[in-house]
Design a protein around this ligand. Structure first.
Ligand code: GTP
Ligand code: NA
Ligand code: MG
Length: 388
């Protein structure tokens, strides 16, 4: 970037959609990972975060080396699609600059797709539609990782016409929900009409197109939002016990910098806890923060990034609350009062778990089905840890 251009932070992109639309699988396809296959019953139960450096994204697209990418990378937030997790979806979205709504082309708009649209409208967040599972169209000819227009050209007339009517149906259904959409390759009003990027998370068709839209189209649309800011904005995802590190919290750093030695306040049900950051860890690029793996240690981390924080007193940190950095000269009392307000709010909006049973039944039945197919012992339901 030229010297007079403002420094942009990595945009945070939330993946939303109905259960099993292929959100996690799409990320697996982009990362070259197998997170989805390891989820209990194939159901995501926790928000995830993955940093995709610009250079890795470039490798997956047809972008030439000399074409600038204005952002250092992209932090993608995976959310659960099951109805039980509406609070997590809303939390995920509130951290984001932009979203990808994943729709299964064989199913069209489903209940949580529509719920996501309401959220997006309420928060006024721009989004792209990934119209996923195109490889499921009857007779689809696989064209691994091909741009979608090329892949479509190779299809039979039957596949093309099935694609066309399913796409038309989806466009109509979006219209009914108040959104104008068009396949991105025919969309010449990109600021007003929502882009649809057809994809297959299975064989990768259209994935380069989706990535390209995210790094080329997106920063132009939301440049102002991405201006780098020193004020720390940081949200707690979850608390973890790590066998070597002790208690850690996973956070999304939305803006600003976190440093080792920073004094921070976390929100707990017992009240604000003031502590010092001992260590800052990130997973390796293209790896999921919540997946157990190797971490890199940092003296400081810049936004947007998913970070694992090591510090004392984190045990009771509440998911969804802010982590507040107290700078030298800041009024500690005032910062603690702000934390207290958040705690009150978080306690008041805590979900009751009435939908948890339904979720548990679904996970158990899927595990049982898989066990019977693979002749594995069935896991006892009470051994499952469900996180609603
Ligand atoms: P939740 O997180 O539970 O809401 O689901 P999800 O949206 O993350 O969907 P997930 O990635 O778990 O995929 C659901 C199922 O669809 C899995 O069996 C995937 O293998 C399959 N799937 C996802 N994307 C595709 C695709 O593009 N093509 C095909 N054929 N299957 C897909
Ligand atoms: Na799933
Ligand atoms: Mg998932």
């Amino acid at each position: 970037a030229s010297g007079d251009e403002k420094e942009l932070r990595a945009p945070i992109c939330c993946i939303l959609g109905h259960v099993d639309a292929g959100k996690t699988k799409l990320l697996d396809c982009i990362r070259g990972t197998h997170v989805q296959e390891r989820e209990a019953g194939g159901i995501t139960q926790q928000i995830g975060a993955t940093y995709l450096p610009a250079e890795n994204i470039r490798d997956r697209t047809s972008l030439k080396a000399e074409t600038a990418i204005k952002v250092p990378g992209l932090l993608v937030i995976d959310t659960p699609g099951h109805e039980s997790f509406s609070k997590m979806r809303s939390r995920g979205l509130s951290m984001c600059d932009v979203a990808v709504v994943v729709v299964d082309i064989t199913k069209g708009l489903e209940k949580q797709t529509v719920e996501s649209l309401h959220l997006l409208r309420r928060h006024n967040v721009s989004f792209i539609v990934a119209l996923n599972k195109v490889d499921r169209l009857y007779g689809w000819k696989e064209c691994t990782n091909a741009p979608i227009v090329e892949a479509l050209k190779k299809q039979s007339d039957d596949v093309k016409s099935e694609y066309k009517w399913r796409l038309t149906k989806v466009v109509t259904d979006f219209k009914e929900n108040g959104f104008n959409t068009a396949p991105y390759y025919e969309n010449n009003k990109k600021k007003k009409v929502v882009n649809i990027a057809p994809t297959s998370a299975e064989s990768g068709e259209g994935v380069p197109d989706l990535l390209l839209l995210l790094v080329r189209w997106l920063p132009d649309i939301i440049t102002d939002k991405l201006a780098y800011d020193d004020t720390v904005e940081c949200t707690v995802l979850e608390v973890n016990e790590h066998k070597d590190l002790g208690t850690t919290v996973d956070v999304v750093l939305i803006n600003g910098v976190l440093r080792q030695g920073d004094q921070v306040i976390v929100c707990t049900k017992q009240g604000p806890v003031t502590t010092i950051i001992r260590d800052l860890l990130t997973p390796h690029p293209m790896k999921e923060l919540k997946a157990k793996g190797a971490y890199k240690h940092h003296k400081e981390v810049r936004a947007g990034q998913g970070v694992k924080i090591v510090a004392r007193g984190l045990q009771y940190a509440m998911a969804g609350t802010s982590l507040i950095v107290v700078k030298p000269g800041d009024d500690l009392r005032q910062a603690e009062a702000a934390a207290m307000q958040e705690i009150d709010m978080a306690i008041r909006t805590t979900d009751e778990n009435e939908k948890g049973t339904k979720l548990k039944k679904l996970v158990v039945s899927r595990l049982a089905r898989r066990a019977s197919m693979c002749k594995l012992p069935v896991l006892e339901p009470w051994k499952l840890s469900l996180r609603t």
